[in-house]
Design a binder for this molecule. Structure first.
Ligand SMILES: Nc1nc2c(c(=O)[nH]1)N[C@H]1C(S)=C(S)[C@@H](COP(=O)(O)O)O[C@H]1N2
Ligand SMILES: [Mo]
Length: 457
């Protein structure tokens, strides 16, 4: 398939999926298509994706082929040089110290960049591949990290002001490998589009975090019975430059703050916490929407009610209680705070858009799966658009909140275009859906099955 055609169909799918569908599946067929793709539509789709589609008759209607779906193709060259203008709306790679052109920019002001799924292939996500999410301006790196001050106040028996140096020496350190995931991860999968950064699955990573238990520090301050919620404050300036406005100030219910895996962190993968990740010191609340994990932490105020700082109100980091009609006006009473993230699995190898030599009859797969506060019970993989599934081999987590890596091998009957699908189920029995579920205006909880396109021959 020529580059021109590939681009134009890809663009069309991004801009006007219905029309793209009509072009690919045949104009007349599009509005009334029922059941599965066949005949002329299949031929057109095959031409568009660059090969016959051996399981094409199972291909669900209206499903944008993974080859054209949003996300960075594995075949795209990583740009070591400054990012090129996005003339073809292809991915723009982040040019930032320490990131080495690995991340895809999804917002420039504030700076937001995600990791293409195929780069989440390490057991521990290296810092250069770890996503970044900022809401305000990135502060300058601290010159004397151990003198950084953190205050604990509000509903406490004794207000504390501790330097990072004191925190390191007075409390027992621990290291845990744990997933940090942006609350908006998967937002781009919503239809109609939800507002906010258009993450695919790459607003997540799993790093070794070193620090102390937040609970140990809070117990030293002594939480009054009235203290039920935390409020986090930080040193990053609001985008407007107004120093009186907190950029982002979220909090959690006391049980999460007291969980032994909720941490005040100063090192990531054995390195001093990089400035872009909140160094010298941040919070990490694994499994919950990443926005609670305050970077550049300066103060925790214990409150006697649910916190109401920026990011806590309206539809921010909130899911619907009862389903709403997509695209309609939101009823504020129909929302609850997003806490634990939903179950998700990604295929990390092969990458989307991989081309394998003609005659390849078996493809080995690697991936990762995680499920917020829960464990992953199983991961299944399919090569025939979900008609049949086989279990992947699921590895054990190193510790709670670690992701679970998985492997598998699939047999492919002949050359052609395939989609490999992966779906995970959490320990409660909740499974990833086919499409992003429970539409909400700010696009949280988008965890549809991951699909990668593979072309053999
Ligand atoms: N001070 C501060 N902390 C913050 C943010 C921020 O903008 N400012 N963004 C939050 C969000 S929304 C996420 S998902 C994580 C991202 O952490 P990372 O950039 O280290 O990946 O940090 C959280 N902590
Ligand atoms: Mo986030």
């Amino acid at each position: 398939m020529s580059d021109r055609i590939e681009r134009s169909i890809e663009e069309l799918y991004r801009d006007d999926p219905e029309r793209a569908d009509a072009v690919v599946f045949g104009r007349a067929a599009a509005p009334s298509r029922r059941g599965f793709l066949g005949g002329a539509g299949l031929a057109a789709m095959g031409a568009a994706v660059g090969g016959v589609i051996p399981f094409g008759s199972n291909m669900p209607n209206g499903l944008i082929p993974a080859a054209f779906a949003q996300g960075a193709p594995a075949s795209a060259p990583p740009a070591a040089a400054p990012a090129a203008p996005a003339a073809n709306k292809g991915p723009v790679y982040l040019n930032y110290p320490g990131k080495n052109g690995k991340l895809v920019v999804i917002g420039e002001r504030p700076l937001v960049a995600e990791t293409p799924e195929h780069l989440l292939d390490d057991d521990t996500t290296p810092i250069e591949k770890f996503y970044v999410r900022n809401n305000g301006q990135i502060p300058e790196a601290a010159k004397e990290p151990d003198k950084w001050k953190i205050a604990i106040d509000g509903e406490v028996n004794k207000k504390l002001e501790l330097t990072l140096g004191e925190i390191k020496s007075k409390f027992k350190p621990q290291t845990r490998r744990m997933v940090l995931e942006c609350g908006g991860n998967g937002r781009s999968f919503f239809s109609p589009p939800a507002s906010g950064n258009q993450w695919t699955n790459g607003g997540a990573g799993c790093a070794e975090w070193t620090g102390v238990q937040l609970a140990d520090v809070l117990k030293t301050a002594g939480i009054k019975p009235s203290g039920i919620y935390t409020a986090h404050y930080a040193a990053d300036l609001h985008l407007s430059g107004d120093a009186s406005k907190p950029t982002l100030s979220r909090g959690v219910r006391m049980p999460k703050a007291m969980d032994s895996d909720s941490m005040i962190v100063w090192a990531m993968n054995g390195q001093p916490l990089p400035n872009i990740h909140g160094g010298p010191v941040r919070l990490v609340y694994p499994g919950w929407a990443g926005s609670a994990s305050q970077k550049w932490l300066t103060r925790i105020t214990i409150r006697d009610k649910e916190h109401d700082g920026p990011g806590m109100t309206g539809t921010s980091y909130r899911l619907t209680i009862n389903p709403m009609v997509p695209g309609t006006k939101a009823d504020p009473k129909n929302f609850k705070i997003l806490e634990s993230m939903p179950v998700r699995s990604i295929i990390t190898n092969p990458g989307n858009g991989s081309k394998l030599p003609a005659g390849t009859r078996e493809v080995k797969l690697r991936g990762a799966s995680w499920a917020g506060d829960f464990a992953v019970r199983r991961v299944d993989i399919s090569t025939d658009f979900g008609m049949t599934w086989q279990p992947a081999k699921l590895e054990k987590a190193k510790n709670r909140y670690d992701w679970q890596r998985w492997t598998g091998a699939v047999k492919l009957p002949r050359d052609g275009y395939y989609e490999i699908w992966a779906r995970a189920m959490d320990s409660r029995g909740l499974m990833q859906p086919h499409v992003a579920p429970n539409w909400n205006p700010s696009g949280y909880g988008g965890n549809p099955m991951h699909r990668v396109a593979v072309l053999i021959g």
